[in-house]
Design a protein around this ligand. Structure first.
Ligand code: SF4
Length: 214
C-alpha cells in the first residue's frame, strides 16, 4: 500500500468541521485495485455532474443529507474496526476534504478516494481512484494524482473514450475497465476480448453487487 502522503492543495471551500453525509457503512470494496478489501465507506452528499445513468441520484441533493461533525465521522470509522476508509459520493471533492483526511490520518487509517475528477482536489489519500464520466471535464491536476483510472463501459464506443483518458494519467496509474451493471451481460464478452488485446487494462467487476452486499 502506498503510504506516501499525496499533495494537498486549496480547494473550492474552506475546510468545515461538518459534512453532509448520504450514508456510512462497513463493507467490502467491490471495485478496482482495492477490490475485496474490507473498508468503511463514507458516502458524502452533493454532486453537480448529474450523470443520466447515475446509480446514486439520492446523493445529489445536499439539503436532504444529514450533517455530521468530522469528529463523529472519524469516530464511526475508527469504531468500525476498519483499516481502510473509502470516501465516495456523490462527488466527494465538491467538499473540502482536508479536515476529514487530517483526522482520519491521525487514526492511522488508509484513506481511499473515489472521484469523477470534476472538482478541485483537496485532502490527502493513500489511493485515488479516478472514474471520469462521459461529457464531464476532468481537472488536469486530478489526472496527475490518480493511482487508478476506472472507466465504466456501456458500449464498444466507450473503449476509445477509455484510451483517451488513459493517455492523460501517469504511467504507473492502474487501468481498469468496468462493465456498466445493467449492460454487463452484453458488454462483458467485449471487455474480455478488449483486455486480451490491450493488456495494460484489467477488469473491475462490482464485486459488492455480485455478492449482493451493500
Ligand atoms: S459523478 Fe457519480 S454521483 Fe455524480 S452524477 Fe455522475 S455517477 Fe452520479
Amino acid at each position: 500500500m502506498n503510504r506516501t502522503l499525496k499533495k494537498t492543495s486549496a480547494t473550492n471551500d474552506i475546510s468545515k468541521d461538518e459534512l453532509p453525509v448520504a450514508e456510512t457503512f462497513l463493507s467490502i470494496q467491490g471495485e478496482g485495485f482495492n477490490s475485496g478489501r474490507a473498508a468503511y465507506f463514507i458516502r458524502l452528499a452533493g454532486c453537480r455532474n448529474r450523470c443520466a445513468w447515475c446509480d446514486s441520484k439520492e446523493t445529489w441533493d445536499v439539503s436532504k443529507a444529514r450533517m455530521e461533525k468530522i469528529e463523529t465521522l472519524v469516530n464511526l470509522a475508527s469504531g468500525s474496526g476498519a483499516e481502510n476508509i473509502v470516501i465516495t459520493g456523490g462527488e466527494p471533492l465538491i467538499h473540502n476534504l482536508n479536515g476529514l483526511c487530517k483526522k482520519l490520518r491521525e487514526k492511522h487509517m488508509n484513506i481511499f478516494l473515489e472521484t469523477s475528477g470534476t472538482e478541485k482536489f483537496s485532502g490527502n489519500f493513500d489511493w485515488i481512484a479516478l472514474s471520469p464520466k462521459e461529457g464531464k471535464k476532468v481537472i488536469a491536476e486530478n489526472y496527475e494524482l490518480a493511482d487508478e483510472l476506472k472507466m465504466v463501459i456501456c458500449t464498444p464506443e466507450d473503449f476509445s473514450r477509455a484510451e483517451i483518458n488513459a493517455s492523460m494519467v501517469r504511467k504507473r496509474c492502474r487501468l481498469y475497465l468496468q462493465p456498466e451493471w445493467e449492460s454487463r451481460n452484453i458488454i462483458l464478452p467485449e471487455i474480455i476480448e478488449y483486455i486480451k488485446g490491450h493488456p495494460s487494462w484489467s477488469i473491475s467487476l462490482q464485486l459488492h453487487k455480485l455478492l449482493d452486499i451493500r
